[in-house]
Design a protein around this ligand. Structure first.
Ligand code: PFF
Length: 471
């Protein structure tokens, strides 16, 4: 086995201590705010079962092949994302400019990190609200005792108006993230995943079961799973593909980076399938967790961030032991967001360590500082800087503040373009001898995978980009 060295060229390169650790870390990266906030809202609003079926189709036929391609590039290269692509390109006698696909990913990961930590800060705020609430409302009663519906509705807008508070919370979330990243792969990132992901699963199942007994479970099943194909318009289909990609953390070189810490003995196809299965299951269970609580309180399934930060607090008020469940819920969301922000921070950190030959600790702190600064600008884009539209001169990003611009540029352009380039690189450019055998597939499945990365993935993803721009 080739022993790769770290950025100093002497010490052996850090890596996952086991396959399970890799799976937990990759699932930790995949499972995040996308699963808990966006998926349930989109599934409910866009045709329930039809959306869910189409989403699963996207995960299997488009997400999974690209996930395998990313981990494969990383595991082969055993270096940062750009260096891994450069190596595979060099060994395939292809242009070194292909490393640009990973460079784009590094930039996207940094941009997403900046605003993801702001939302992570909101989650911290709600954890604080529900901790305080335990003292006022007690353990058995509903949450937020004595507050009127208007008072509860005012919590989220008041937070968004308070740039200073959001700044502090954002920085706290960044500091927690960098704590794990700075300690390295096996000593930090893996520890976060190994402890937080099982805790996340226990909380998710616990709240779901509790909600199912007291809540409107059958109404939820109807809402999420009644198949109505008339709602499956091109818009909705493209939303499903985009969501599948964001949810699997693809197109930002994240899985190339995590894949680079994987040992040669791990079967990548089987492992990627487990990651995709776990991520999709969490998205589905998140719907079964959230909607029974919302419907039992007679509330509407309003989509977007409001579902988590506005509708749910109302629902916890009318739920027995709502203050405990509310607290458990936001802690659970915090765990999921943290393991994702750790992955997002690792991408630019590992890139910069190799590029500038620097040690992990100072590099991670520098990246965290820059992401924190961009996060502060995002936080103020909700209030004082709301009139500033950085890319307002481009019709696609007209009227968007800093935070929405970061989100839109990455989701509509950078992530799908990164994924298209990855599929084309692995499907067409890379020497097949480097890939055959490395991906853990043979026979018909290997041929199917190659067909998907060569044809289906690039075509569908190109449609997403074009639709995003002109649609
Ligand atoms: N997959 C995460 C989510 O669903 O919230 C978001 C994400 C994390 C995207 C890490 C990209 C990434 F590298």
């Amino acid at each position: 086995m080739v022993v790769t060295t770290g950025s100093d060229g002497i010490t052996p390169r850090d890596g996952w201590s086991s396959r399970t650790a890799f799976i937990l870390a990759a699932v930790g990266s995949a499972v995040g705010l996308g699963n808990l906030v966006r998926f349930p809202a989109e599934a409910g609003a866009n045709g329930g079962g039809a959306f869910v079926l189409f989403y699963i189709f996207c995960i299997v036929l488009i997400g999974l092949p690209v996930l395998l391609s990313e981990t494969l590039i990383g595991r082969h290269g055993q270096s940062s994302a750009t260096e891994s692509v450069r190596r595979m390109a060099a060994e395939s006698k292809a242009s070194r400019y292909w490393e640009g696909l990973a460079g784009l990913g590094v930039i996207s990961a940094f941009m997403i990190l900046a605003f993801y930590c702001v939302i992570g800060g909101w989650v911290l705020y709600y954890i604080g609200v529900f901790v305080g609430d335990l003292f006022t409302s007690g353990v058995t009663g509903g949450a937020l005792a004595g507050m009127s519906a208007e008072d509860i509705s005012a919590i989220f807008p008041a937070l968004l108006e308070n740039g200073l508070l959001m700044t502090v919370l954002d920085l706290v979330f960044v500091v927690i993230t960098v704590y794990f990243v700075a300690r390295g792969v096996s000593g930090g990132i893996e520890i976060a995943a190994v402890w937080l992901m099982p805790a996340f699963f226990i909380l998710l199942l616990g709240i779901t079961i509790y909600g199912a007994f007291g809540g409107a479970f059958s109404e939820t099943l109807t809402y999420l799973f009644t198949v109505d194909f008339t709602k499956l318009t091109p818009d909705v289909m493209l939303a499903a593909v985009g969501q599948a990609f964001f949810s699997l953390s693809l197109g930002v070189a994240g899985m190339i980076t995590y894949g680079s810490y994987v040992g040669r003995d791990v079967n990548l196809a089987g492992t990627s399938a487990i990651i995709a299965f776990a991520d999709t299951s969490v998205a589905l269970v998140a719907g079964l967790c959230i909607f029974p609580i919302v419907f039992a309180a007679g509330l509407s399934s309003e989509g977007g961030l409001g579902l988590m930060f506005d509708t749910l607090p109302h629902a916890f008020q009318s739920m027995p032991a709502g203050s405990v469940i509310g607290l458990a819920f936001f802690i659970m969301v915090g765990f999921a967001a943290l393991t994702s922000s750790v992955a997002l921070m690792e991408v630019p950190t590992s890139w910069a360590m190799e590029k500038f030959k620097t040690r992990r600790m100072p590099t991670a702190i520098a990246i965290a500082t820059l992401a924190g600064l961009l996060g502060v600008a995002s936080a103020y884009s909700m209030n004082a800087l709301s009139g500033f539209h950085p890319l307002g001169f481009i019709p696609l990003f007209e009227g968007l503040g800093i935070m929405d611009t970061l989100d839109s540029v990455t989701a509509k352009l950078f992530m799908p373009i990164g994924a298209i380039l990855t599929a084309v690189f692995v499907g067409w450019i890379a020497d097949k001898r480097l890939i055959n055998g490395e991906n853990g597939l043979d026979g018909g499945l290997h041929k199917l995978w190659l067909f998907l990365v060569r044809w289906l993935c690039p075509v569908v993803l190109t449609l997403i980009v074009l639709f995003g721009i002109f649609g």
